[in-house]
Ligand binder design. Structure first.
Ligand code: EPZ
Length: 422
């Protein structure tokens, strides 16, 4: 994308009202797409989000020999002939979460190779835990000239204890173990909902998995898996982002299909700020009109703690709330890129290492700001919603990696967000 059409214009000052549907979850769909490689036939993910990261994973599957197509919002993947086993750096450099394909490639072909996934703007993002679990399962993994090569005729079940919790490494271990010989026990696993969705999908394909959602998961290897067919769950981070939109504009909105029971830690902070909500026959009525209280200390943590992916959106909201708030980012090393961009709009945010101190309540004004990554970009859109005047956001393509129709959704609720072409 060139600079001009990678830009959106947001005219601030509009109250929001009305209701919207939440898209399918990016972070659930991606590992479910990798799992679809484990069946030599057609699998389908219903209600799959049409976002850049899904299209990238779709391209990787095609590159491996799969045939994919869409029927409305449903993504079909025919992996009968997906027998190639290498993923070029062209893809892994663009989307580091593609590293979880290594376990699936090993499980399907007995070997796999992929370009070493780079770090990204929110942190170094090493993959040592991914390699640890696959080596424990018997894979011989070498790295030369930036290419990871893994081989093992058939992975062998074993006990693997993760030294620290990692969503991707937990998914890597599950994808490697479902077709392995014997029983695998994964200890100190991540407990994010996306782990549970992956395991539900794999169980629907015939995998034998217990304990997902806890920190100890048991997987009993089977000989083969049948076709997968599952609805992608609503995206909990998109839902949290839209609740922040209601909070920052002090509006009332309705989420028609909120994720069930996956936002507790976020909603606790939202309530602390003065936010209100209530469930009503499956919908979530959100009232941000009384958001006015700072939060003394907000710490991000692994699930079920406060999700790091909602740290930047909540930072934007806290910058509009009178008083001193403090955020401590404990998961990623460099996830405050949005702060200096919010400062351009008038926010008072000082970053010191893992902490961001916010003196909220200053009025925001329109500015030209740049998104450097997905959730920081979303936070800038939120800041622009309450800014006086027009904000130009550059780097909108980062936001499109995870938000299927954020501009359209916000305009449906009464905002004024325009693409360059319009
Ligand atoms: C997943 O990333 C999500 N991505 C991230 O969402 C999310 O922020 C993160 O989990 C935490 O919830 C997808 O699901 C595609 P981790 P992942 O491995 O799996 C370190 C978004 O905006 N680590 O749990 O990469 C790592 O550096 C994205 O949608 C190692 O040290 O996260 C980080 O500090 C951003 N070694 C911490 O663990 C490893 O081998 C948690 O990372 C792997 C990770």
């Amino acid at each position: 994308m060139n600079g001009l059409d990678d830009r959106i214009y947001i005219e601030g000052g509009h109250q929001l009202k009305g209701s919207i549907r939440i898209q399918g979850s990016k972070n659930a769909a991606l590992p479910m797409m990798a799992a679809s490689l484990l069946h030599r036939g057609v699998s389908v993910l219903k209600g799959c989000p049409r976002i850049a990261d899904v299209f990238c994973m779709e391209e990787i599957l095609q590159n491996l020999g799969a045939v994919t197509w869409w029927e409305n919002q449903d993504l079909y993947m025919d992996c009968e002939n997906a027998d190639k086993w290498s993923v070029p750096f062209l893809f892994t450099g663009k989307m580091r979460s593609s590293v979880i394909l290594l376990g699936a490639l090993l499980a399907r072909n007995g070997k796999g190779s992929l370009g070493y996934p780079g770090g990204c703007v929110i942190g170094k993002r090493p993959i040592d835990l991914h390699l640890l679990v696959l080596r424990k399962l018997g894979a011989v993994i070498t790295e030369e000239a930036g290419l990871l090569m893994a081989e093992c005729p058939r992975l062998q079940g074993t006990v693997v204890s993760f030294p620290k919790r990692s969503v991707g490494a937990t998914q890597q271990g599950i994808l490697g173990a479902v077709l392995a010989e014997g029983k695998t026990v994964l200890e100190n696993c991540a407990r994010e909902p996306e782990i549970q969705w992956l395991c539900r999908y794999l169980r629907s394909m015939g995998a034998k998995i217990e304990g997902d959602g806890t920190d100890r998961i048991c997987i009993y290897g089977v000989e083969r898996l049948k076709a997968g067919s599952m609805q992608v769950p609503p995206d909990r981070i998109v839902a949290g982002t839209y609740i922040c939109a209601a909070a920052i504009t002090r509006s009332q909105i309705t989420l028609e299909n909120p994720p069930e029971g996956e936002l507790e830690a976020f909603l606790e902070v939202y309530r602390k700020m003065g936010g209100q909500y209530k469930g009503n026959s499956g919908k979530l009525l959100v009232n941000g009109e009384h958001v006015q209280k700072p939060v003394e200390l907000l710490e991000t943590a692994v699930y079920p703690g406060f999700p790091t992916d909602l740290q930047s959106p909540v930072m934007a909201v806290l910058a509009t709330v009178k008083g001193r708030s403090c955020i401590r980012e404990n998961v990623f090393e460099d996830r405050y890129k949005a702060a200096q961009q919010l400062v351009k709009m008038g926010a008072d945010i000082r970053v010191q290492g893992k902490e961001a101190v916010i003196h909220g309540g200053k009025e925001f004004h329109g500015a030209i700001v740049t998104a450097w990554e997905l959730r920081g970009g979303a936070a800038l859109i939120l800041g622009a919603l309450c800014a006086k005047g027009v904000t130009v956001l550059e780097g909108y393509s980062y936001v499109q990696r995870g938000y299927e129709h954020i501009c359209q959704d916000l305009n449906t609720l009464g905002a004024a967000v325009k693409r360059m072409q319009e």
